[in-house]
Write a protein that binds this ligand. Structure first.
Ligand code: HEM
Length: 416
């Protein structure tokens, strides 16, 4: 049996908070390895890296998710007892519900709504001195997501609810203030979403049958019962919240356009095909998910290393997206590199790997890619703007992160 290299500190939780995204990658490089052991919050953790590691991590015969999400992630980002925490048949059954929202027609409906709101917002921006693109994007996405999902939302309420979703997302990795804001935002938002499920079930609220809100409210679990009210609430939020989160990738896309102005013309002339390459490179280049966790549900051996049932195992997502062997010159922004990509489900995993239906890979990956393309076409072809002096640094020591200014633009002209 081979020894797994150890991180030689008693506990690395503080280092993880301070170092942020590169925490795992740095240690993989220091030990010249694709596996090492550390301690986080007092618990032994095995960290793994690479395509083979991802294939192992997503093999349901070895790993499950029970007991993986730390309390702070449940209290802010994810909520309790949603699809992310299920395994086996129960997971497959619930995941099918999410994947049923992902038909081409339903995604096209959502994209149509997004474009409509982008255009309406552009007209508003013409009258504004400075526009923080991230803040505006989250409202556009929240309006479109709620309308699409059957969640009633007045335009006057959008700022508040979009903000709550963002605070949940940005809360889990934060120190005290950000964390407490995340918890508060989840509590407020759960109350709002719970009322929607209740009103649908009591037929006080009528929503389209093909909407996520309707489908979730009336979904029956494997036992034939409706979902527990709290679980249904969490699942409805699991649809709208991550659509709002795409605002982060919109801000990163705008930053990439600004820092690589030659890309603008390529997108304009290359149409859908080049936009696809660009969007993939944004998802590779800019940090979002740092790592993912799972636990072996039995003892096994992998590459001569012993894995014990129940040990927390982290897959190095950020490190894999910046691994020079997988992505030569990883810190260069080169959309063309994706013309060579094999399409493997295990080497490009910004939203998880493996299979969307049978595994935990992100249910909304197709929506994310299409929404980024809609935003990109809009930004490059329907508006003109200036990027004024501002702090655009992306601090990779903070998880999750953003361009510091949120990406400000001015002198907006709608030309669409
Ligand atoms: C799961 C990232 C957008 C719904 C995940 C996972 C990641 C992720 C890393 C976990 C994969 C795993 O555990 O193996 C992202 C990012 C997004 C995004 C970076 C873009 C901002 C979306 C959208 C939706 C969505 C737009 C839905 C409309 C879900 C659901 C799961 C999930 C339901 C749980 C899947 C499961 O456990 O089986 N996402 N996601 N996500 N995502 Fe996304």
């Amino acid at each position: 049996m081979k020894n797994i290299p150890h991180d030689n500190t008693l506990d690395s939780s503080i280092s993880l908070l301070l170092e942020g995204y590169p925490f795992l990658k740095k240690r993989m490089e220091d030990h010249q390895t694709d596996i090492f052991q550390t301690r986080l919050l007092g618990e032994k953790v095995i960290c793994i890296h690479g395509k083979e590691a991802a294939a192992l991590f997503y093999d349901n015969a070895y790993f499950w998710r029970e007991g993986v999400l730390p309390k702070r992630v449940q209290q802010t980002l994810m909520g309790k007892n949603g699809v992310q925490m299920l395994d086996g048949e129960a997971h497959r059954h619930r995941k099918a519900l999410f994947m049923s929202f992902m038909s081409r027609d339903r995604i096209d409906d959502l994209m149509g709504l997004m474009l409509r709101y982008w255009r309406a917002y552009a007209r508003k921006w013409e009258k504004m001195e400075r526009v923080v693109l991230f803040d505006e994007a989250r409202e556009v996405l929240c309006l479109a997501a709620c309308e699409w999902a059957g969640v009633p939302l007045k335009p006057t309420e959008v700022r508040e609810h979009a903000q709550e979703y963002i605070e949940m997302i940005y809360g889990f990795g934060g120190a005290t203030t950000r964390y407490w804001r995340g918890i508060h935002a989840r509590n407020v938002s759960e109350k709002w979403n719970k009322k929607i499920i209740e009103d649908i079930r009591s037929r006080k609220l009528e929503v389209p049958e093909n909407s996520a809100a309707y489908q979730i409210a009336w979904f029956r679990d494997l036992d034939g019962e409706l979902l527990d009210l709290h679980v249904a609430t969490v699942e409805l939020m699991n649809v709208v919240r991550p659509i709002v989160a795409i605002a982060t990738y919109v801000a990163f896309s705008a930053l990439a356009l600004h820092e690589h102005p030659e890309q603008v013309e390529k997108i304009r002339t290359g149409e859908e095909k080049y936009a696809q390459l660009f969007v993939q490179e944004v998802r590779r280049f800019y940090p979002f998910t740092p790592f993912l966790g799972a636990r072996p549900h039995r003892d096994f051996e992998w590459k001569g290393h012993q894995f014990k049932e129940g040990t927390l195992v982290l897959l190095d997502v950020f490190g894999m997206l910046h691994d020079p062997e997988m992505w030569p010159d990883p810190y260069a922004f080169k959309p063309e590199r994706f013309t060579e990509w094999s399409g493997s489900p295990f080497d490009f995993i910004p939203q998880g790997g493996g299979d969307h239906y049978t595994g935990h890979r992100c249910a909304g990956e197709w929506i994310t890619i299409k929404a980024m393309k809609v935003a990109l076409q809009f930004l490059t072809q329907e508006v003109k703007y200036i990027v004024p002096e501002q702090d655009l640094e992306v601090d990779i020591h903070k998880m999750p992160t953003l361009p510091k200014s949120g990406f400000e633009i001015s002198d907006v002209q709608y030309t669409g």
